[in-house]
Each structure stands twice: as structure tokens, then as C-alpha cells.
Design a protein around this ligand. Structure first.
Ligand SMILES: [Zn+2]
Length: 286
């Protein structure tokens, strides 16, 4: 079971290709979140067939997402790409190219954080209930912006690791399904059915460095590298969801090293943040 470390760099396009190839060899069928929830592939997406949902959080560098979308397309794979509304992610030209490859486009929302930052800049105080109302208004506005070009059916929260509030608090009061949306992975996927793997923190076992990208699941795998997942692929259950941050996956050695260093520093900062959060449990909303 010990992972045999191949002489290959992780989080590169070639590693991504072998990862997809091995998943396909293991028999996984890939669906976007929308088609999974609509049960569009029920014939193949059954309990006896291994299924995989590949979700991409386009936090920044959208052109990297296009490269992964093209690789997936060459394998006949369709996934979901969640774009943020901020300029470092929102790129209509790239979105269109990705949509043309048959992938789903979704909204990677962070409206609680966006609204809160505006209020903080004006040094105003806000009650949580009011913050939720404003965030919902902002969410609806941004959803409409996306819907000018795409029939958005699923959404997914952006973790906003440095933010004080979880972007999902909107749904304590409002229901996205009333907006014609059919799913949000953190609510509509049963993670006791799907094993969940995220490359948050540039590793696959980043639970202790992830501020919000966590799920409650009966599965408890501890794979750090992509090669470890590949080596233990037979242990994976028949349903898995992978979250990929495409900005982390590239072959440019300079950018690759920059990302490695950047993520390692970020992981240290996030670990401290999680520790402090656990210690103080400060109430940040008045
Ligand atoms: Zn994100």
C-alpha cells in the first residue's frame, strides 16, 4: 500500500493527464454537478458504476482552467467550472471556450464577504441578519450577470479563507432553489456516499490547512499527492467528488515553484488562523 513515488512533479498537466487516465481505467464515469443532480446519466451513473464529479473552483488565472478543460475534453470528460464574479476570475471569453467544450459553468459566490468588506471600508457596523439580506441581494444581482450568458443551474461557495464570515450563511435565511438553482455541492451532495478530495493547500489531505473547504464524511483518506491517489485507486469508493483549483496545475517551472512556495506560506497562515479560531471563537457580528 505504500505509495511508490514516481519521479514526476505533482500538480502539472502531465500528472493531471495520468490522474484522469487512471480514473477512467478504474471505470469512473464523469458528470457535471448539473447533469448528476438532473440524473441525466442515470443509465451509466448507477450504484454499480463508479462515478466521479470533477468540480473546478476558478479562483484566479482563468486561462489555466481552459487548459484543464481542454485536457478533460481530450479524455471525453465533462466537469463543472465555478467562476467568481471578481476580475481575477470572471473572464467571459474563457468561460465561453470552456462551455463550448461541453463543461458546465457555475457561480462561485462570495457575496457575504464582498458586502462585508464594503461595509468595513465605511467603518459601519452591521447585524448578521442585515448582512445576510444585503449578501442575498448581491448574490441575486451577480447571478443575473452570469445568467446573461449562461443558464446557471448550480453554485458553489468560495471559501474566502481570510474572510470573517462563511459565504454560505445566506442560506440560513434564503433558499437558492427558489432562484431556479438545483444544487450547491456543500448541501446537495451526500458525502457519506461520495468520498471528497480537494487540492486545497496544494495537497489532497489539506483538512488541517483548509479554513472552509471541509465536508463531514464517513470516508477518511489521507493521500497527500496525486500519485498516492493513483497508487491506491482501487480503495476509492464508487462515488467520488474532486475539487480542482486549476491555477495550481501548470507546467511552467517558474510559476510551478511560485505556486509551491506561495501555497506553503498560505498553509502556515491558515493553520494559525484555524488555531486562533478554535481558541477564541470570537463573535464577529454585532
Ligand atoms: Zn474558491
Amino acid at each position: 500500500m505504500v505509495s511508490e513515488q514516481k519521479n514526476k512533479l505533482d500538480f502539472t498537466k502531465s500528472t493531471y493527464k495520468s490522474f484522469l487516465g487512471e480514473l477512467q481505467k478504474r471505470g469512473y464515469f464523469f458528470a457535471s454537478l448539473e447533469s448528476y443532480l438532473k440524473n441525466e446519466h442515470s443509465k451509466v451513473f448507477s450504484s454499480t458504476h463508479p462515478n466521479s464529479i470533477i468540480r473546478h473552483d476558478v479562483d484566479r488565472l482563468p486561462q489555466n482552467s481552459l487548459k484543464l478543460a481542454q485536457i478533460e475534453n481530450s479524455f471525453g470528460i465533462k466537469g463543472t467550472y465555478y467562476f467568481r464574479v471578481v476580475p481575477e476570475s470572471y473572464d467571459l471569453e474563457i468561460m465561453q471556450k470552456i462551455a463550448n467544450l461541453g463543461h458546465e459553468i457555475g457561480y462561485h459566490y462570495e457575496d457575504v464577504d464582498l458586502v462585508f468588506r464594503k461595509i468595513k471600508d465605511k467603518r459601519q457596523k452591521i447585524k448578521k441578519d442585515e448582512l445576510i439580506d444585503l449578501a442575498y441581494e448581491s448574490f441575486c444581482k451577480h447571478l443575473e450577470t452570469f445568467r446573461k450568458n449562461y443558464d446557471i443551474k448550480t453554485i458553489c461557495m468560495h471559501g474566502s479563507p481570510r474572510a470573517k464570515y462563511d459565504n454560505k450563511i445566506i442560506w440560513e435565511k434564503y433558499n437558492y432553489k427558489e432562484l431556479g438553482l438545483i444544487g450547491e455541492p456543500y448541501y446537495d451532495i451526500d458525502f457519506n456516499e461520495f468520498a471528497y478530495f480537494t487540492d486545497t493547500g496544494r495537497r489532497w489531505n489539506g483538512n488541517n490547512v483548509s479554513v472552509r473547504d471541509k465536508v463531514k464524511s464517513k470516508y477518511d483518506f489521507n493521500f497527500k499527492t496525486t500519485q498516492q491517489i493513483i497508487d491506491n485507486i482501487d480503495q476509492l469508493p464508487d462515488k467520488v467528488m474532486f475539487t480542482i483549483h486549476p491555477e495550481r496545475w501548470h507546467d511552467n517551472p517558474l510559476l510551478w515553484t511560485k505556486e509551491l512556495i506561495f501555497q506553503n506560506i498560505k498553509n502556515v497562515v491558515k493553520r494559525v488562523m484555524i488555531k486562533n479560531k478554535d481558541k477564541s471563537k470570537k463573535i464577529k457580528v454585532v
